[in-house]
Design a protein around this ligand. Sequence first.
Ligand code: TRP
Ligand code: SF4
Length: 543
Amino acid sequence: MTGDDPLEESESGEPLPDGGEGAAGSRSSSEFRTDGGAAGADDVALDPWGSSSVSDYRKLFEEFGIEEFDEALAEVPNPHYLMRRGVIFGHRDYRPVAEALRNDEPAAVLSGFMPTGDPHIGHKLVFDEIIWHQQQGADAYALIADLEANSARGMSWDEIDEHARDYLLSLLALGFDPEDGTLYRQSTNRELQDLAFELGAEANFSELQAIYGFDGETDVSHMQSVVTQMADILYPQLEESKPTVIPVGPDQDPHVRLARDLAERMRFFKVSKAYASFELEPAERDLVADCYERLDPADVDDDSLRCVHVAEALEETPLSDLDADADTLRSVLTKLEEGGMEPVRPRTRFFDRRASDEAFDALIDAIDGEKRVYEGHVDAFEIDRAEAEELAREIEVDNGGYGFQPPSSIYHRFMTGLTGGKMSSSIPASHISLLDDPADGYDKVKAATTGGRETAEEQREKGGKADECPVYELYAYLLAGDDDEFAKRVYDECVGGERLCGDCKEQAAQLMREFLEEHQEKREEVEELLEQADIELESPRRR
Ligand code: TRP
Ligand code: SF4
């Protein structure tokens, strides 16, 4: 099976989606883009264990609802260079994390590593993301997904232990602080397993089948590794709920989405806006909200505007002027007519999803001001949405719930292979392992394909194609480090025809050699730190 790590997924090496973003010159220098990126018309499949390929990052936005990282960038304090350069290209709901970091409020970062091979420069991106969040004040978690490696990849425990150690050494060598952060392996974390068990009660086989393509042949342990990952993602919130970011490649997005759903399903109450005692579907509610707002304030005296009036107003409006389909309109009219003379008044609703009677009663008591209690919900007229969310969480936590916040995620681009095409751990020349002999690292870079032209003359004349160059990617993703000016200089010199590939690769190869030398020295230095860290390095399991 292939695709066992972030490197496998890459299929880039083509220009950025809109064709222009990659050009440093087309942006102000503070926001230049230096990554490769990808375009193309291929389908995007997100499969955490398969051969996901991302050939068109646009589709991730359009089809999967991943948001563009750029749009949140301004809210991030001291953004990491991977963020500044668009290597981190997408996110789900990252804003609460950015806000917590800005305000020195609790936040967490967590990612997991399947110990199936050597840690390589693709994993380094994730290590760096975890470490950066830790340095910005987040509680940092890194876990070894040994159960997943065993169940989904068939790795033996000996192999797992060996690789786990290598991942951890690189993580510490790159700056993870194990005293301040948390390391664990899935198999020995009892609390994690308990949480996985609880979360498993909220998901069923059909759902896993739909998300992951599981079928009757799928091992039960493989399914268990899914709920274990769900528990991983929510683990930082076990003691206290907080904004949590999961840095991963986009192939992991199905896991993130499921975890967000499960987090929500675990909540005792759902807070929403309502207009009358009965429930409306979101689209129906939008219609009523719209209509309510459009009614002339002169006619709207809170006590006299009733369901039938809104129904009449809706009936008088041509469907083409309403932002809804005929079915929605029909069902909303039925509900409003049934509501009859009930006043229409905006309110905040606490819907009882899975609270105990005590928790529901405690909520009712805690609501200030006018309120109405119904069978499965309570409506509050004097508190706004944000206050209501806070109250709902407080009551839940006081009554033994977790009060989970939906976890956020950030997604990085996959790197292009040094030999062109995919960077794959099964093709050693295509990628650089953090354990590669520095001399081999040098050689691999020297042998890499480039975005250069046929001849030096042509290159001087037309410039190189940095956006399609794996060597340029090395500079942007790793070798230039935090030095944006350096990355930009390489880019500008390349596309301006001043930089030729031979020298450029020589420089990159030397930097790679230095990086590997330093990194491996640091790995040795942190051996002791790892021995002292609170994580089992040897699995008690054998098979
Ligand atoms: N499934 C991830 C992978 O294939 C590893 C993983 C396990 C993970 N638990 C996680 C990633 C939690 C992020 C968060 O590499
Ligand atoms: Fe790539 Fe450097 Fe050649 Fe430009 S000059 S195409 S960045 S190797």
